[in-house]
Design a protein around this ligand. Structure first.
Ligand code: CU
Ligand code: CU
Ligand code: CU
Length: 477
């Protein structure tokens, strides 16, 4: 075989390139080795949370309109090891401010993640110092912290301990199933939020989620629960019907050990790790034993224990995705306008003077119907009126659309301040709060002639005679 000059040069180049490539690879390997040696003991776990407005599927053809992290309620579940360094980046893609409070950090996280303006990104790096089951939630600041947490922005953050939990020591093996449960409430409006009158109570974003889809297990299985009551209001008592919890750790810290209890009591943001060996064949019903305020409203699930049950390694706490719901039967919108079966139009007789509360970043009642000449009062019942913008509980009511000629705008109201407007022109008017534009309400001014349709006592509880008198009185000069 003969080789010409051009081919010789090519071969030399290939050889040189090969040697250089090998050297670069070795250098890279050395660098990677050195790097990992440096990083030993301080590996960084990175997570991204995206804050946004959302409409969610909460199961059973019910939709929920609020705020989320990454499009689910509860938001993403994160698990790290004690001692790891955690880097959390929060990106706000919404048109209002958001933020983050991370309870797993023994640091003032609001210095880093409080009040992130629309379009901005912020980062917090912390060491996962204490093991346990933690809550995170939105924290733009002030009144907004409470409102956004109620509105859907929360999730579970787990720091697995360096030491071994007791049942794992007793049995000499890891859990057969890890079940992560976030209990949380859903409210139809801000008044109910203030009063703790939950519309639904959920495990992991859906009422009766694990009744519809029971968790399979086998007799003798070692289950480890990571249970967090997000609230935001109610105190729960987590219990398994037919079982006694073997080992219980308040907050999930292995040093906080209790044994043999029927339930665990959890105020908002309280949490536990619970270890339990399934005592036989099921079903075992998981329940908040606050029956009337919680279990019957959805905080109930089933562990179906059978010898040949399929194997499930973990049940995660993220809610359902925001995929569109076909033919929804109900829309829950704590700040905006939900479906009319929830946010019922309230109709007032001529001469009655409606009060609309601004409370929990919503108008209550959200929909009213009044006669021409009616004076409507807006009163701000939010108390936390410090700070400005999204952070505050100050509100106004500003008309944004309407098919009548009654334009109105209240001034910005502090706590317990009110403002009135007298409606004269029939039509339907939609209004918002200018600094919390997701707050929505409507005023419908009905025609005088509509009153005759109201003489049916079934429809509104009024006596026809009394109504006619009122009409006559209002018609008098
Ligand atoms: Cu938020
Ligand atoms: Cu908090
Ligand atoms: Cu407002």
């Amino acid at each position: 075989m003969t080789v010409n000059n051009g081919q010789q040069r090519l071969i030399v180049r290939i050889a040189v390139a090969a040697v250089v490539a090998v050297l670069l690879t070795l250098t890279a390997c050395n660098a990677a080795g050195g790097g990992s040696a440096e990083a030993a003991g301080q590996s960084v776990r990175e997570f991204n949370l995206v804050a946004r407005s959302d409409v969610l599927n909460v199961g059973d053809r019910v939709t929920f309109e609020g705020f989320t992290f990454n499009g689910t309620m509860p938001g993403p579940q994160k698990v790290v090891q004690q001692g790891e360094t955690v880097k959390i980046t929060v990106e706000n893609v919404d048109s209002v401010a958001h933020g983050l409070s991370m309870h797993a950090a023994n640091a003032q996280t609001s210095n880093y993640l409080g009040n992130i303006e629309p379009g901005e990104t912020a980062t917090l790096t912390f060491e996962a110092e204490y093991p346990g089951v933690y809550m995170y939630h939105c924290a733009p600041g002030g009144h907004g912290i409470m409102a956004h947490t109620m509105g859907g922005q929360f999730g579970m953050f787990v720091v697995e301990p360096s030491q071994t939990y007791q049942l794992e020591q007793d049995l000499g093996r890891e859990p057969d199933i890890k079940i992560y449960i976030v209990q949380h409430e859903v409210y139809k409006d801000g008044r109910d939020f203030f009063d703790g009158n939950a519309q639904y109570v959920m495990f992991n974003g859906e009422t009766f989620r694990y009744v519809k889809d029971p968790i399979p297990a086998r007799p003798g299985d070692y289950i480890r629960f990571y249970y967090l009551n997000v609230g935001p209001n109610l105190t729960s008592t987590f219990h398994a019907v037919g079982g006694i919890w073997d080992y219980i750790y308040y907050g999930g810290n292995p040093n906080n050990l209790m044994q043999g209890t029927q339930s665990v009591v959890s105020g908002p943001t309280d949490s536990y790790v619970i270890e339990w060996q399934v005592p036989g064949e099921g079903p075992f019903t998981l329940v908040s034993h606050a029956f009337g305020t919680q279990a019957i409203k959805g905080a109930l699930g089933i562990i179906q224990s059978e010898p040949d049950a399929p194997r499930v390694a973990e049940v995660r706490s993220e809610g359902l995705s925001s995929s569109p719901v076909e033919d929804p039967k109900r829309h829950v919108a704590p700040f905006g306008l939900g479906s009319e079966d929830l946010d019922k139009p309230v109709r007032y007789r001529p001469g009655e003077e409606p009060y609309i509360e601004m409370v929990g970043n919503s108008f209550t009642p959200k929909r009213i119907e009044v006669a021409p000449g009616t004076t409507v009062t807006w009163i701000n019942e939010d108390v936390f009126d410090m700070l400005e913008g999204e952070l505050t509980g100050k509100h106004d009511a500003v008309m944004v659309s309407g098919d009548g000629d009654d334009h109105f705008a209240t001034p910005l109201l502090d706590h317990a301040e009110s403002y009135t407007h007298t409606f004269t022109e029939p039509g339907t008017y939609e209004y918002i709060c200018s600094i919390h534009p997701y707050m929505r309400g409507t005023v419908t001014v009905y025609e005088d002639t509509d009153l005759t349709a109201r003489s049916d006592p079934q429809s509104d509880g009024l006596q026809a005679d009394g109504l006619q008198e009122t009409i006559l009185a209002s018609a008098a000069p």
